[in-house]
Design a protein around this ligand. Structure first.
Ligand SMILES: CC(C)(COP(=O)(O)OP(=O)(O)OC[C@H]1O[C@@H](n2cnc3c(N)ncnc32)[C@H](O)[C@@H]1OP(=O)(O)O)[C@@H](O)C(=O)NCCC(=O)NCCS
Length: 230
């Protein structure tokens, strides 16, 4: 085993107790299972299908800030302030990403972080495990998460709207997002904010540390309907 692979598995073991406890508090048994699966079955391999979704930033839906919520850019350095949203594995990655120039917005209820969203001007192999080249006027919506107890109340949409308006002010004309094909919540969120279309998919086969990723562009992009009008 290479030193890099050894460090990865050692980190999985070291961070499991803390992340499992956090997952239990925020998502119950399903959350603990997800932390375990990421460190076992997902490390061994599998097949995943993702959709590449593009949103047009010329019309962004304005979302009123949900009661008691404030959204602010967050650069750390104390990523433990994300509380149960973070976890040890994630907060290490976030610290690196912020240093590398990725932008994080956090939704706060008082002093508690209840959601975050990340943007990046590019995709990078070290974060995405894909390296698709994006059009120069596109911003990449890297990650979005809302605390389970706060979901379906407009926090995700408010984070997205805040971030996309900010990106448009910086000159971006579209956003890209890559999400699992069965993640209806993520697809519903972007479709609720701006006219969106699926224009490709990414299939990934992974066997331990070997990985093959294939980007497939749809012959005709498919409009992504808003969840509430399905
Ligand atoms: C995706 C996520 C951030 C959405 O946050 P949220 O605060 O619950 O979303 P909102 O309440 O603002 O809803 C925004 C839109 O998405 C739709 N939506 C939200 N959850 C949905 C679900 N489970 N199924 C279908 N649509 C959903 C809402 O109906 C709304 O659309 P509408 O205005 O047309 O009705 C949240 O579900 C989450 O944290 N999921 C786990 C992390 C994740 O999967 N992140 C995406 C990785 S790419």
């Amino acid at each position: 085993m290479t030193p890099k692979a050894f460090r990865k598995y050692a980190n999985d073991l070291e961070t499991f107790p803390g992340d499992a406890a956090r997952a239990w508090r925020s998502a119950g048994a399903a959350g603990v299972w997800l932390e375990l699966r990421r460190r076992t079955f997902d490390r061994a391999g599998g097949f995943s299908r993702y959709l590449v979704i593009e949103a047009d930033l010329s019309t962004i839906r304005e979302i009123p800030m949900p009661d008691g919520i404030e959204i602010r850019p967050f650069k750390g350095p104390d990523w433990s302030l994300l509380g149960d949203l973070g976890g040890y594995r994630l907060t290490r990655c976030f610290a690196r990403a912020a240093e590398a120039g990725r932008v994080c917005l956090v939704a706060w209820r008082g002093s508690t972080a209840v959601g975050y969203i990340w943007f990046s001007p590019k995709m990078e192999q070290c974060y995405e495990n894909f390296d698709l080249s994006m059009p120069p006027d596109a911003i990449f919506l890297w990650q979005i998460q809302v605390a389970r107890s706060e979901r379906r109340r407009g926090v995700g949409a408010a984070l997205g709207s805040f971030g996309l308006v900010m990106a448009r002010e910086q000159g971006y004309r579209r956003s890209w997002m890559i999400t699992r094909s069965d993640n209806l919540a993520a697809q519903g969120t972007i479709a609720s904010l701006a006219p969106s279309r699926v224009f490709g998919s990414v299939n990934r086969i992974k066997v331990t540390s070997w990985m093959h990723t294939r980007f497939h562009v749809l012959p005709t992009p498919q409009p992504l309907p808003r969840a509430s009008i399905l």
